[in-house]
Design a protein around this ligand. Structure first.
Ligand SMILES: Cc1cc2nc3c(=O)[nH]c(=O)nc-3n(C[C@H](O)[C@H](O)[C@H](O)COP(=O)(O)OP(=O)(O)OC[C@H]3O[C@@H](n4cnc5c(N)ncnc54)[C@H](O)[C@@H]3O)c2cc1C
Length: 306
């Protein structure tokens, strides 16, 4: 089921058709408050009252015309202004291919650094998402280049990739901001662990590696980008055993998923951020959410019958 859904996520023919179906539009609302920025910000205001920080991402990836990247960068400049004006504890998270990474590296670098510089003015992090494995090396190299100029840049790393332990070691000297996720794409066994057990074990091992570096005095911002509460508890136990405070790491989860746990963790003193996605180009992103939990497909199908 996961493979089929991930294949559907990458299929251009379906991408043009499924979003037009009314029941698909209704089902996606479970994972996003609305297609427009205003809905995302309104949700962020509500979360802030409950003690949750936020991350904002406008859905879209793999641009085909570089001119679109200019408009996307302008959009995010407006998002940063709006976050600041509304005094939200909010940050932005972006896929490099949405800024033209496939088309023009230097223009992507220009856009990313200008957004990170704007985020730095109000002490916020500019997060880089991680895409499929053909982009891993180039995204990490891009991060290294950015981090040298703008320390407030964070990167997402994927625990299902076998290379990630080496990538963490490579990035530690940069005092990185790392969001660790399990990984959302269909990857071959040559590069990625295939079983849940192996991915989870690597996730924990990577966290322990980073916690030890934090304990040794390296300044690292570690964000656990997962809804796996059992795994979060295991990381918390390791942190406590090392004598680190609850704020040694933070938790980041997606809008609409395990909201009860997001609120509970925040009440218990953990730093929690909810990633709010919005925008019209939700199809591949939504299909990856279905692939993560095939029970969501039943939820989507139920929208057809009301
Ligand atoms: C803040 C954030 C940013 C991310 N950024 C990236 C990125 O840049 N690149 C990337 O490859 N991936 C990214 N991901 C996705 C990530 O790789 C996983 O695909 C996703 O988080 C599901 O895995 P999990 O860690 O929650 O664990 P799982 O083991 O999949 O899930 C643990 C439990 O969480 C619940 N759950 C998980 N997913 C869902 C869902 N879709 N619907 C309902 N319940 C669910 C279920 O109860 C499940 O049992 C991001 C995830 C988060 C939270």
């Amino acid at each position: 089921m996961r493979r089929v859904l991930l294949w559907m996520a990458a299929n251009g023919w379906l991408r043009n058709r499924i979003p037009r179906l009314w029941f698909a539009r209704r089902a996606v609302r479970r994972f996003m408050p609305g297609e427009d920025l205003e809905s995302a910000l309104a949700a962020g205001v509500g979360f802030q009252v409950e003690g949750l920080g936020t991350l904002y991402t406008r859905l879209g990836e793999n641009l085909t015309r570089i001119e679109e990247a200019n408009a996307i960068a302008d959009h995010y400049r407006g998002v940063l202004d709006a976050i600041r004006e509304r005094r939200l504890d909010g940050e932005i998270s972006i896929k490099l291919t949405q800024l033209g990474f496939d088309l023009d590296l230097e223009r992507t670098f220009h856009h990313a650094t200008s957004l990170a510089a704007q985020a730095a003015e109000s002490g916020r992090t500019f997060w880089i998402d991680m895409e499929g494995s053909p982009y891993t090396e180039s995204t990490i190299a891009f991060y290294e280049r950015m981090k040298a100029a703008l320390p407030n840049t964070g990167i997402c790393l994927q625990a299902y990739l076998k290379r990630t332990a080496a990538d963490v070691q490579r990035l530690l000297p940069l005092r990185p901001e790392i969001r660790l996720v399990k990984g959302a794409y269909a990857e071959p066994a040559s590069v990625a662990y295939q079983s849940r057990h192996d991915v989870d074990a690597n996730y924990l091992a990577l966290c322990v590696l980073i916690l030890h570096a934090i304990k040794a005095g390296t300044r690292i911002r570690l964000a656990l980008g997962t809804h796996d509460v059992r795994l979060i508890e295991q990381v918390a136990e390791h942190a406590a055993a090392l004598g680190l405070p609850k704020t040694a790491f933070e938790v980041q989860m997606l809008y609409g998923i395990r909201m009860d746990q997001q609120r509970r963790l925040a009440r218990e003193g953990y730093v929690v951020r909810d990633l709010i996605a919005y925008g019209e180009a939700w199809y591949p992103w939504y299909m990856r959410r279905l692939a993560e939990r095939p029970a969501n497909v039943l939820f989507a199908l139920r929208q057809i019958v009301g």
